[in-house]
Design a protein around this ligand. Structure first.
Ligand SMILES: [Zn+2]
Length: 341
């Protein structure tokens, strides 16, 4: 007899009860649609939920095995293949690291795969990660599949916000919206499932700012927290730095395109915290281990300038996403950064 494999805790979904309930009812009523859209901020588990749903759709364990929410049995051959990431009927489509967009060639490949019979007989499932990264040609091409889907094809799309997709696509998918988790939900998951010490779990949960995926990364990649600390120390020094030093930092940051987005996200949280601290809401800040520094900076910079900085960072992120020269964008940001003597 097969025993249930003990999975890594990261495979379990924390929270998102509402989204799970919608999918569970779909499965129970056997009214699976051809396309679902998972929406919500980055790192909250959209792809994970899509994968779990795919697993449930392909599970051969039988309905009596479905006990909890969208519980695939985890035991049948199909389930085990999904968990090991090698089920032939689940296809992941995402932007290649060296490309600007999801390209039409990728969608054409999806279409030729979906016209083929499923390899193991149930459904042909395509997960399109960050579907808003499809360029116009690719988006128009996927419409064809959405308008006339093959019988057993299920498309699972993820995006941060439904508004980023063409209305013609939106009208053909069922939206499953996912929200940020509470700090407590994340903290509890970290202490109970990952067996972290309460204090460490508390810090990571606060820093995760509602994103379970980020919390898991911080647990799995120890250097992530050390890097964050280093980055924050740099941030606390920036308002005292002169123009030359600021430009040097802009150059250094822009040279590392891979980490730039994460760095700016961290900056955003830092400056948001200064706004909160300046309004006397220190207890709502995310960087719980840096509250002394936040208090000092808030007193010197003030809410108005800090708020302006939040806007400037958002604008910089937007510009970089639109392929504006990162170094130039960062230099402008550096000049706007408030000065403390
Ligand atoms: Zn199964």
């Amino acid at each position: 007899m097969q025993t249930q494999e003990k999975a890594a805790p990261g495979w379990d979904i924390v929270g998102h009860e509402h989204a799970i309930e919608i999918l569970r009812r779909t499965l129970q009523a056997e009214q699976v649609r051809h396309a679902y859209l998972f929406t919500g901020p980055p790192h909250i588990g959209k792809t994970l939920l899509a994968q779990r749903f795919a697993q449930a759709l392909l599970c051969t364990g039988g309905p009596d095995m479905h006990i909890a929410p969208i519980n695939p049995c985890n035991v049948c051959l199909s389930c085990r293949k999904v968990r090991h990431g090698n089920h032939p009927d689940i296809h992941l489509v995402a932007r290649a690291a060296d490309k600007q967009a999801i390209l039409i060639e990728q969608i054409r490949e999806l279409q030729s795969d979906s016209a083929r019979k499923t390899l193991e007989g149930r459904r042909n499932i395509f997960i399109i990660q960050n579907a808003h990264e499809m360029n116009v040609q690719a988006a128009n091409c996927i419409l064809k599949t959405l308008e006339e889907p093959e019988q057993d094809v299920v498309l699972l799309l993820t995006v941060p916000d439904g508004g980023l997709l063409l209305p013609t696509i939106l009208s053909r998918v069922q939206q499953i919206s996912m929200q940020l988790l509470t700090t407590l939900q994340i903290k509890n998951a970290l202490t109970h499932r990952w067996h972290l010490e309460t204090q460490e779990a508390g810090l990571i949960a606060a820093l995760a700012a509602g994103r379970m995926g980020w919390a898991i990364q911080a647990v799995e990649k120890e250097e992530l927290l050390a890097e964050r600390k280093e980055q924050l120390e740099l941030l606390t020094k920036l308002p005292m730095a002169g123009k030359m030093q600021r430009f040097e930092i802009a150059q250094r940051l822009s040279a590392d395109a891979d980490t730039l987005e994460t760095t700016l996200e961290l900056w955003l949280l830092w400056w948001r915290d200064i706004v909160l601290a300046a309004h006397g809401c220190l207890d709502l800040t995310v960087n719980v281990d840096m509250r002394d520094a936040l208090k000092v900076h808030a007193a010197k910079i003030g809410a108005h300038a800090a708020q302006n900085m939040v806007r400037m960072i958002l604008r910089t992120m937007e510009l970089i996403a639109q392929n504006v020269n990162a170094r130039v964008a960062l230099e402008v940001l550096m000049l706007d950064l408030p000065t403390i003597q």
